[in-house]
Write a protein that binds this ligand. Structure first.
Ligand SMILES: Nc1ncnc2c1ncn2[C@@H]1O[C@H](COP(=O)(O)OP(=O)(O)OP(=O)(O)O)[C@@H](O)[C@H]1O
Ligand SMILES: [Mg+2]
Length: 371
């Protein structure tokens, strides 16, 4: 299941030799640079499975990262540097990821060939599927499943990421004094997160929905492997904006009300109505994606939906998705299979933070030789 991650944007760096000087080092830190906060996480391999070593979160002002683009790189850099210092992280090697409109992921059918052959011809093969000039993107790929001998075509997952966006993220990490060893994609990190925390029955297929502050990514995992992924510019910010619009207040005031920091200013039933309308939009987008996927893959049965991201903390969201999809919906716990020492990591706090750390946990499972 983890295979794709080896090849995602990180693979592009590898081909260019960018990570070679760091290959001897064992530990990596995961840095999930989200638009509302930066999440830092380190795992260590325990005798049985994984153990949580470091965890920290630092909030960003809303204008620092907008629509997945870094606007205020100085603030992002300083926030990363302060977080790394506060958490006393020893390694400098950072694994991060991207999502949103700068990342294009497409499953395509290409003439059967070896991985090596495809590596040589990928630029040319990918051109017709990627809506950006080839010179502007880093391309990576994964051949899906076995290629039957004598069969003419094979399924390939193409990943294209805009170079200028990768560069912006790499630069803030570098400016913070770290080594950006791999840049991955959120949805593949989430796939890895599920893999280490949950076991799936053969033939069990799931939808993974991560609702961040500005972006919701939806992936469908078939046999544990990402078969479809899509990201939409809809997330926690839209809930806040709906409250802002309905009650004619500032974004900051609306966010404080949404987070429950300010209580009793407006009727709860009115607030629930505003939140409910955005939850319905999220549920409709999930349904649209799943219906689209199943339209092209009628033999596949999707059994379950996992939710993650800070957006899942909106009261009633899970139930709205459940109603719309008529499917089991579960909030994924990225620490489900990870040993967390309660003396170091307060269980109550961990419960509150868990939805935010899905991507970071997936990124942190990277280890030496896995890059
Ligand atoms: N208790 C809560 N109730 C409702 N929403 C919440 C709560 N706590 C956090 N959120 C929302 O969760 C969102 C942040 O989630 P997350 O950390 O997953 O986003 P991000 O990674 O920073 O954003 P993105 O991935 O979109 O760039 C914010 O919109 C925040 O308002
Ligand atoms: Mg995020």
């Amino acid at each position: 299941m983890a295979a794709f991650c080896n090849h995602a944007c990180g693979g592009a760096w590898k081909k260019r030799g960018m990570e070679l000087p760091f290959l001897k080092k064992k530990e990596v830190m995961a840095l999930d640079i989200g638009s509302s906060s930066i999440k830092l996480l380190q795992l260590r391999q325990a005798k049985k499975g994984w153990e949580l070593a470091k965890l920290g979160i630092a909030y960003l002002p809303p204008e620092a990262i907008v629509d997945g683009s870094i606007i205020d790189s100085m603030t992002v850099t300083n926030t990363i540097a302060a977080l790394v210092k506060e958490e006393n992280v020893k390694t400098k090697d950072a694994v991060s990821s991207l999502t949103g409109h700068s990342v294009i992921i497409k499953k395509v059918s290409l003439p059967a060939m070896t991985e090596e052959e495809l590596g040589e011809s990928i630029q040319w093969e990918a051109e017709q599927y990627i809506p950006f000039p080839m010179t502007d993107v880093n391309i990576d790929f994964q051949i899906m499943g076995e290629v039957a001998a004598g069969k003419g075509q094979m399924d390939v997952m193409l990943v294209a990421v805009k170079k200028d966006v990768i560069n912006d993220y790499v630069n803030v990490i570098r400016e913070a004094g770290l080594n950006p060893v791999v840049v991955d994609v959120d949805s593949f990190a989430l796939e890895n997160m599920l893999e280490i925390n949950y076991t799936f029955a053969p033939g069990e297929n799931v939808v993974m929905v991560n609702i961040g502050a500005s972006i919701t990514s939806i992936s469908i995992l078939v046999g544990g492997v990402t078969a479809f992924t899509r990201s939409i510019p809809l997330g926690g910010n839209q809930f806040t904006e709906e409250i802002q619009r309905n009650f004619n207040i500032t974004f900051k005031e609306a966010e404080d009300i949404k987070l429950g920091h300010v209580k009793g200013r407006f009727e709860q039933s009115e607030l629930n109505k505003a939140l409910g309308s955005v939850s319905s939009n999220v549920a409709a987008e999930v349904k649209r994606s799943v219906d689209f996927f199943l339209g092209g893959n009628p033999a596949v049965i999707v059994n379950k939906i996992f939710l993650s991201g800070g957006g899942v903390k909106v009261a009633g969201l899970k139930e709205t998705v459940q109603e719309k999809m008529d499917m089991i919906v579960e909030v994924a716990n990225p620490f489900n299979g990870i040993t967390c020492n309660p003396k170091v990591f307060d269980p109550e706090k961990m419960k509150d933070l868990a939805p935010h750390f899905g991507v970071a946990v997936g990124l942190a499972t990277r280890k030496l030789g896995d890059r």
